[in-house]
Design a protein around this ligand. Structure first.
Ligand SMILES: Cc1cc2nc3c(=O)[nH]c(=O)nc-3n(C[C@H](O)[C@H](O)[C@H](O)COP(=O)(O)OP(=O)(O)OC[C@H]3O[C@@H](n4cnc5c(N)ncnc54)[C@H](O)[C@@H]3O)c2cc1C
Length: 434
């Protein structure tokens, strides 16, 4: 029999709107439906080792960028260990799945565990390999199909409240910058960064790493700069026919120098002339971060996010992944902290200050429909955590907050009607209904 067919189309279907909550079981079901029902999984599994009644099976499974091998040890009718040999997938993403999925399968004796957010394909491949092994061992797979979240749902413990000076929700460039800035102002501050993904970085992890630097010290050093007028006209040309918000672009230009000076001052690595896009105006102002080996398009620019995380760690900032803020705590009309949910527990973090830096909302169909309906069919390739939690939590807290400004910025939309507007996507695009 063939190894499981997991066509990209099925994963795209699952991941596009609900990557965070999709279950491996649901994804596998979708894959099976698309590939003509249970294609079976025993074609590429072999007995790799046997000792004292424990049998270890090696299953080769298709993952994101090629085949990975899943080693499953079965003893006394139980899955006692799962390990993974994966030298093809994007390191930090596959590592998140490898650190998460095998343990949950063993703990739950269940192959219907939730996929690790952002690492759906690797999660699927691991589950598939274990399922192969279970069948190859002559066990009934249905005994290991206990339903999504067999153990986790309803089993989260309430943990004690915690107290910090500052809690930052979201470990992308914005959140990390905020945490680092605060820590540099006062190293005695107790600062916590929460990220709901298994890794920090969000969209920052997949971004290209190009940084507009205009009027900054480094522009003087390298003798390259560009005016607001050049910057705006360049983007306008490249983004046509999108309508750009020139006031917003002017503001971006105006804060560029201070922002870049600050980053450069504490060692954010950049190189000049990194990104010309074939346009001399861009070449004048766009620097490329060298933090992430930006030439490596395969792995994205995860180095930017990693650089920020390391920097934050050195300043004593505590960073917690797999930890979602789910609600703002409000006392007497003031935000006093957040409710946090991690893989096993629920707790409250009280803080003097709360910063929400949860990124965009391109992966939240409801918010897209509400704030950018023209993009309902657009494909989002932002980070998996771009679900607009900051907006929904703030509105739910009923503090009188309102969504203001442009409805959409930098969405990078692709749709039959709107097309893909140049390399800048829809930077600062005007929505019909702001
Ligand atoms: C393909 C691509 C290429 C790009 N290239 C460039 C480029 O070259 N130059 C450039 O300047 N910009 C680029 N961008 C844009 C840039 O990446 C984003 O503007 C930037 O990453 C946004 O940072 P952020 O911190 O606001 O959000 P994010 O990076 O999205 O970070 C938000 C974080 O919050 C977390 N989060 C969300 N909800 C919760 C919650 N409830 N609890 C806990 N954590 C939560 C998410 O998991 C995520 O890690 C690119 C974007 C993409 C998609």
């Amino acid at each position: 029999m063939n190894s499981p067919t997991m066509p990209t189309a099925s994963v795209t279907t699952v991941s596009r709107r609900s990557l965070v909550t999709c279950s491996v079981a649901a994804a596998l079901a979708g894959a099976a439906a698309l590939s003509g029902a249970n294609a079976g999984r025993s074609g590429r599994v072999a007995l790799a080792a046997e000792s004292d009644g424990a049998r270890t099976y090696a299953a080769t499974e298709p993952s994101m960028k090629g085949d990975i091998t899943v080693f499953t040890t079965i003893e006394d009718g139980k899955v006692t260990s799962v390990s993974v040999l994966d030298d093809v997938d994007t390191p930090v993403i596959r590592d998140a799945a490898i650190a998460d999925i095998p343990q949950r399968i063993v703990d739950q004796q269940n192959v219907e565990v939730d996929a690790t957010a952002g690492a759906t394909m690797t999660s699927l491949a691991i589950v598939s390999g274990v399922s192969d092994a279970i069948e190859a061992a002559g066990l009934s797979l249905s005994d290991f199909q206990k339903g999504t979240d067999a153990v986790e749902t309803g089993a989260k413990e309430s943990a004690d409240d915690q107290t910090y000076d500052l809690v930052v929700v979201g470990g992308g460039m914005a959140g990390m910058s905020a945490a680092i800035y605060a820590a540099r102002q006062d190293e005695s501050l107790k600062i916590l960064v929460l990220d709901k993904e298994a890794y920090v970085g969000g969209s920052t992890r997949v971004c290209g790493g190009g940084i507009w630097s205009m009027g900054a010290e480094v522009n003087k050093i390298i003798g390259q700069d560009c005016s607001a007028q050049d910057y705006i006209s360049f983007l306008t040309e490249w983004s046509a026919p999108a309508q750009l918000n020139t006031d917003l672009l002017q503001q971006i230009h105006d804060i560029s120098a201070d922002t870049f000076n600050y980053l450069y001052d504490w060692g954010f690595p950049v190189m000049a002339n990194g990104w010309s896009l074939g346009n001399p105006k861009a070449q004048l102002a766009c620097l490329w971060s060298t933090a992430g080996q930006a030439s490596d398009w395969e792995t994205g620019n995860s180095g930017v996010a990693d650089f920020m995380a390391v920097r934050a760690g050195k300043l004593g900032v505590e960073v917690r992944t797999n930890s979602a803020a789910t609600e703002l705590l409000v006392d007497d009309g003031k935000v006093t902290g957040v409710r946090v949910e991690d893989l096993t527990s629920v707790y409250r973090v009280k803080a003097k200050r709360v910063i929400l830096a949860t990124g965009g909302f391109t992966r939240n169909a409801d918010l897209i429909e509400q704030y950018a309906p023209d993009y309902a069919d657009a494909f989002a390739f932002t980070g998996a955590g771009s679900t607009g939690d900051g907006i929904t939590m703030t509105l739910a807290a009923d503090l009188g907050a309102q969504v203001v400004g442009e409805g959409m910025m930098g969405l990078f939309g692709i749709s039959p009607s709107l097309g893909y507007y140049g390399p800048y996507g829809n930077t600062a695009w005007h929505t019909a209904s702001p």
